[in-house]
Design a protein around this ligand. Structure first.
Ligand code: FEO
Ligand code: CA
Ligand code: CA
Ligand code: CA
Length: 620
């Protein structure tokens, strides 16, 4: 694993589908001819969905962009527009408590006390105003063995202590931050500070809790689990709790006997005898030979109460089990809780959960994410779509089975195979939601791991799509609980300097704002969409002129998109949260290359940064 690799890409490389077969080659050949035609068709249909945007952009009376867009960058640091400044707030290894071990510029974090420091590889985050305290919850998606373990170990764990080090540097940090004369900083020893790791006790709740597939020798009840894995995107509930989403959990499990026969259902989730980290060599809980049900206890959305450091996190199985990206919460017209959920894997699905009960401020909330209905999206070519209810009647599976083998349930209903659903964002100013479909080199090339075909069409209009697009839907009757919607594409990323067909992108993409692989997304209170990228930053070939990963802002009304930030080479820009006064936005820089952010020749450090206007005005 290198520091230039996002975990998504790493997981794909590790779990590459079987070598191309003769059949694949024939299909691919047919498609390369057909790809040209479908490209034209896609361009036609995309042109029509983008038509409205083009018109309104041309007539926009005033720009809603408060900043001067910046050019691409290929260097090793962060750039923001004129009149803005950025500073590091928390870096991998920074102390949350005064008794934490010191970070070593050459070796990183020592294993003793690794759960007392800010973890590695920041991802999704949310900020909570708790009695005037700014408390931020930040995910630590994965660790990079290359910089966490001694060089001579060649990225391999050699002891239980190595495993504990890696386990303690992942999960979630909850910490108080405060503005000082030198900028935002961690409030060391704040009573809100807490590390949640791969080892923290948590409760399993909802339809799958207690099911036999969740029972293990250590937990015969199937209701208590240690830790959360691969915490990717995030969300927040209307009642002020944090949602952290378990994505590529599969890579943590392995079998000490590589010939061990694994359950058939594991294949759909990429759970294999060979693990990424080698935990199973020293921690039997991760050994599929000894604990075959342990992986069934991961792949969920986990609810954390940031206001109470003693509270036990809860895995909400009703929201399904898959490679969860984020959890975008909103309310239906009648107050039921709606959570949009993407499954980030090539050809997997987009989901929605609707609670049975309604949210009322001050009323109990514990059942809201346990009781309700999970749906999967089916998009039609004509710009309409449906949410298909994953019920026992429709799937032939029990309620618990649907929550454990959610992907298989979606396949049974013929859900639309998507170009890797990453973050969903709900517009606070209009009844509409957006999902970043980051890219999918397998579109029209091969089926998903469940054998579902991935034809070109609908919101996935390009074969071998390496640029990505953002789909937007408008719920029927302006109600997020409705079971149908209309959809269009907000943007198709592309490169108009290199391509003249659909791969040039939609009409709101030009040489000055191009990017690839949209991933993180969040709305600000004014209804502007902030878009972060996790893509190819070679700045060559198809990606020439796109530079490093970046953050852009889009105007849903006009379709205009402008570049706000560029990240350091090798990094992904992911996760963001506004301070309560909206004069600061916190942004995550994950897996940077070089010596970011210290620029002193040390190890590259994943970092939470704060961005402000130099005149102190609000951002959004
Ligand atoms: Fe962790 Fe799909 O991003
Ligand atoms: Ca990542
Ligand atoms: Ca992501
Ligand atoms: Ca990604």
């Amino acid at each position: 694993m290198t520091d230039r690799f996002s975990f998504d890409e790493f997981d794909e490389a590790r779990s590459a589908r079987p070598e191309t077969t003769d059949f694949d080659r024939i299909v691919a050949k047919g498609l390369s001819r057909r790809g040209f035609l479908t490209g034209l068709v896609a361009l036609g249909s995309a042109a029509s969905v983008m038509g409205a945007l083009k018109g309104s952009a041309a007539h926009a009376a005033t720009s809603r962009f408060a900043f001067k867009p910046i050019p691409v960058a290929t260097d090793g640091t962060v750039h923001v527009p004129e009149g803005y400044e950025w500073k590091p707030v928390a870096r991998w290894g920074d102390a949350l408590f005064s008794d934490a071990p010191a970070y070593d510029a050459a070796k990183g974090v020592p294993s003793q006390g690794a759960d007392r420091v800010f973890g590695e590889n920041t991802d999704g985050m949310e900020l909570f105003n708790i009695g005037g305290h700014q408390v931020i919850a930040v995910n630590h998606e994965y660790v990079n063995p290359e910089i966490n373990l001694p060089k001579e170990q060649e990225e391999k764990v050699k002891s239980e202590a190595d495993v504990r080090l890696l386990q303690n540097l992942q999960g979630v940090t909850v910490m108080e931050v405060a503005e000082t004369p030198e900028g935002w900083a961690i409030v060391q020893d704040s009573p809100f500070n807490r590390r949640i790791t791969n080892l923290t006790p948590m409760r399993l709740a909802g339809p799958a809790a207690g099911h036999e597939w969740l029972r293990t020798p250590a937990d015969p009840t199937g209701t208590e689990v240690l830790g959360t894995l691969n915490n990717c995107g995030a969300g927040r509930t209307p009642w002020g709790t944090y949602l952290t989403c378990e994505e590529n959990f599969n890579g943590y499990f392995g079998a000490t006997d590589l010939e061990a026969k694994l359950p058939e259902a594991f294949a759909r989730y990429g759970i294999e005898a060979e693990s990424v980290y080698g935990y199973e060599q020293f921690d039997p809980r991760f050994d599929l030979v000894k604990n075959v049900n342990e992986p069934n206890r991961f792949g969920y959305v986990v609810e954390i109460n940031p206001a109470d450091p003693q509270s036990k996190p809860v895995k909400r199985t009703a929201l399904g089990r898959f490679k969860h990206e984020n959890a975008a919460c909103t309310l239906a017209r009648d107050g039921r809780v709606v959570v949009y959920l993407g499954d980030d894997e090539r050809g997997e699905f987009l989901y929605k959960f609707v609670s049975a009960g309604s949210y009322a401020p001050g009323a109990p909330t514990d059942a809201l994410l346990d009781e309700g209905q999970l749906y999967v999206a089916k998009f039609a070519e004509d710009g309409t779509g449906q949410w298909l209810a994953l019920t026992p009647e429709a799937t032939g599976m029990s309620a618990a089975e649907i929550c454990i083998h959610t992907r298989q349930a979606g396949s049974k209903l013929g859900a639309t195979t998507m170009d890797r659903p990453e973050w969903v964002a709900v517009n606070p100013r209009a009844v509409e939601a957006y999902c970043a479909l980051t890219n999918n080199k397998n579109r029209a090339v091969k089926p998903n791991a469940g054998g579902d075909e991935t034809p070109v069409g609908g919101p996935n209009p390009r074969a071998e799509n390496h640029y990505g697009q953002i789909v937007r839907w408008y719920p029927a009757e302006e109600d997020h609980a409705a079971d149908s919607f209309r959809w269009d594409l907000f943007v198709m990323a592309g490169n108009p300097d290199v391509h003249k067909d659909a791969y040039a992108g939609s009409s709101n993409i030009h040489s000055g704002n191009m990017f690839n692989s949209p991933d993180g997304m969040m709305f600000d209170t004014t209804g502007m969409l902030w878009i972060q990228t996790d893509g190819e930053d070679s700045n060559e070939g198809d990606f020439l002129g796109q530079g490093n990963n970046q953050m852009l802002v889009g105007d849903p009304a006009s379709g205009q998109i402008e570049r706000f930030l560029t990240g350091p080479k090798g990094a992904e820009v992911t996760g963001m949260a506004f301070a309560s006064d909206r004069r600061t936005v916190f942004v995550g820089i994950q897996h940077p290359g070089g010596d970011f952010p210290d620029m002193a020749g040390g190890l590259p450090r994943s970092t939470l940064i704060a961005i402000r206007r130099t005149d102190g005005a609000t951002l959004a």
